[in-house]
Design a protein. Structure first.
Length: 451
């Protein structure tokens, strides 16, 4: 029985106990408090031992953040404005000039001087042109939005607020205030003002502001570099599952998900169940974070733990009290390099991403933690007797609807989910408020486009 099979069985046992029904292959339900005897299988003993060593879910996330901070602040890089989306400012963004840098018209209409009616000049003023001739009282000139205001202009009369008589003189159709529809120089900021503080994540609006302020490049923290190592001889890359082999879901899914979490995926390597290949890949990697899939338990082809011992890594988290995804791990290979070992089951791997990879990558990238929020459940959710559960939910109005097909090996539920609900040990009742973890593309779709 593989570690993933054991995890599925453990979850089923927990749900069976909660529902007072027999577990698959058992005649009677077994109490979760029952202590394994000497006659029970080694698999059960190993499972209990690993559970004893496991880290609580909140603590595991805190350890991942702390590990990233201990790696030290990463050197800033300069990127062109069009490459900066989603990155974090490594220095405050200060105004390089006044904005606007000259008095401009806020509307299409006429620049006028003094009280009306006004004689209209023959040639108008367009945006992008230099300073035009000074206006004298009683004069007006056609002006476009964004055009530079002629000296001595009193106000801008909007096109819809003026009319011309048969002599070509301009009359206002409503009262006109001094300075109306003129954007004065420095209205938004003055040269040297701080526009955005250090640590701001760059959004499309921030890109626009930086460009308007005259920036061609920005000083930012680079995306954490991630190398993905896909393990397992049983994985197929095309066609239907056959002869005991299964299609690889993690190889296609994880790179995009890691990019959505702000990483730069530098390589995806398929290593099968080759211990030496895994060792060589870990030793030669220069990535900030190595992510492996599968092989985190203690079976005959589970090579992650032996490889970590072989390279002298420090194991920071060895199992987490969360379902799915219990046999995940976090190790420090070098002071500035870490490895996250994800379980091989797809939804369990997603759980590992949110538990260990997300806080580590977020901290490395200098991004602020999202503000936690809760929503009430529309339906009750069964819980594990001792561990946190992460359950896919859809957001339906003011409620979070738990989705079906949420077993460790299933992706059908998460594929239509908006978030993961953090279910405490013992489960949650209908209407109970639970913390939600947003999927990256549910609230910030720009992130899924990172390259």
């Amino acid at each position: 029985m593989t570690a993933q099979d054991a995890e599925e069985l453990d979850v089923e046992e927990a749900l069976a106990v909660a529902n007072d029904r027999p577990v698959r292959g058992q005649a009677e339900p077994r109490s979760p408090r029952e202590t394994p005897t000497a006659g029970q299988t080694g698999a059960h003993r190993a499972k209990d031992d690993s559970h004893h060593r496991a880290t609580s879910w909140p603590e595991a996330r805190a350890v991942a953040e702390s590990a990233a901070r201990s790696a030290g602040r990463r050197a800033a890089v300069s990127v062109t404005v069009d490459k900066a989306l989603g990155l974090v400012l490594a220095a405050p963004l200060t105004a390089l000039t006044d904005l606007p840098s000259f008095d401009t018209s806020a509307m299409d209409g006429w620049a006028v001087a003094g009280p009306g009616p006004w004689a209209v000049r023959a040639h108008g003023v367009l945006a992008g042109h230099g300073e035009s001739d000074r206006l004298t009282d009683g004069e007006a000139v056609r002006i476009a939005t964004g055009a530079r205001i002629p000296p001595d202009t009193t106000a801008v009369l909007r096109s819809e607020h003026g009319r011309t008589d048969d002599k070509g003189r301009l009359h206002p159709t409503r009262d006109l205030a001094h300075g109306q529809d003129i954007r004065p120089r420095g209205q938004e900021c003055r040269n040297g003002d701080q526009l955005l503080p250090l640590g701001t994540q760059i959004t499309p609006a921030a890109l626009g502001l930086a460009s308007a302020a005259g920036y061609d490049t920005l000083s930012v923290l680079p995306r954490p570099r991630v190398e993905l190592l896909v393990l397992g001889d049983e994985l197929l890359t095309e066609g239907l599952p056959r002869e005991g082999s299964i299609r690889d879901a993690l190889g296609p899914m994880l790179p995009s998900w890691l990019r959505a979490l702000g990483a730069e995926v530098t390589a995806v390597r398929r290593l099968g169940d080759d211990a030496d290949a895994l060792y060589r890949a870990v030793k030669k990697s220069s990535a900030d974070l190595i992510v492996t899939t599968g092989g985190t338990a203690s079976g005959p082809v589970d090579h992650v733990h032996p490889t970590l011992r072989r390279v002298g890594a420090e194991l920071l988290v060895d199992g987490v009290k969360v379902r799915p995804g219990h046999p995940m791990l976090l190790a420090r290979i070098k002071p500035d390099q870490h490895l996250v070992g994800l379980p091989g089951n797809p939804l369990a791997a997603v759980s590992g991403l949110f538990t260990l990879a997300e806080p580590l990558l977020r901290t490395l990238a200098g991004r602020a933690a999202p503000e936690p929020y809760t929503m009430p459940l529309r339906e009750a959710v069964h819980g594990h007797p001792y561990d946190t559960r992460l359950v896919p939910v859809g957001l339906r109005g003011d409620d979070a609807l738990p989705l079906h097909y949420n077993g460790p090996a299933m992706l059908r539920g998460i594929a239509t989910a908006d978030a993961l609900a953090v279910v405490p040990p013992g489960g949650a009742r209908s209407g109970q408020e639970l913390e939600l973890l947003d999927l990256p593309w549910a609230t910030a779709g720009i992130q899924v486009c990172f390259t």
